[in-house]
Write a protein that binds this ligand. Structure first.
Ligand SMILES: Nc1ncnc2c1ncn2[C@@H]1O[C@H](COP(=O)(O)OP(=O)(O)OP(=O)(O)O)[C@@H](O)[C@H]1O
Ligand SMILES: Nc1ccn([C@@H]2O[C@H](COP(=O)(O)O)[C@@H](O)[C@H]2O)c(=O)n1
Length: 75
């Protein structure tokens, strides 16, 4: 079943405090933290494994199926 708990995610450069701040906010709101950098890296890994050229039109279908891929562990 897909987790319906709201998530917070903060984008920005490395080491600026995204994780620290998002964990603090998530704790206060009882939300989950979504680390967007991990999603980008996972999509890149899937594209590399499947030898897919990393251009927008190829990446969008992978991103759309990401929840299915994660649930079925089809990486
Ligand atoms: N408001 C703050 N003031 C001073 N130091 C901070 C603050 N917020 C976070 N830090 C410190 O800065 C460092 C980087 O923080 P954090 O890991 O939250 O950043 P990040 O943006 O998530 O990093 P990464 O991109 O590497 O995942 C940590 O050592 C953290 O303790
Ligand atoms: N493949 C990636 C990875 C990250 N980003 C951006 O960088 C930010 C920092 O990511 P971290 O995981 O190192 O905290 C992230 O918020 C993204 O904006 C990216 O564009 N592509």
């Amino acid at each position: 079943m897909i987790n319906k708990i709201p998530v917070i995610t903060i984008d920005g450069p490395s080491g600026v405090g995204k994780s620290t701040l998002s964990k603090m906010i998530a704790k206060k709101l009882n939300w989950s933290v979504l680390e967007s950098g991990k999603i980008y890296r996972l999509i890149a890994l899937l594209a590399l494994n499947k030898k897919i050229n990393i251009i927008e039109k190829n990446i969008i279908p992978i991103a759309k199926r990401l929840d299915f891929i994660l649930i079925k562990k089809k990486i």
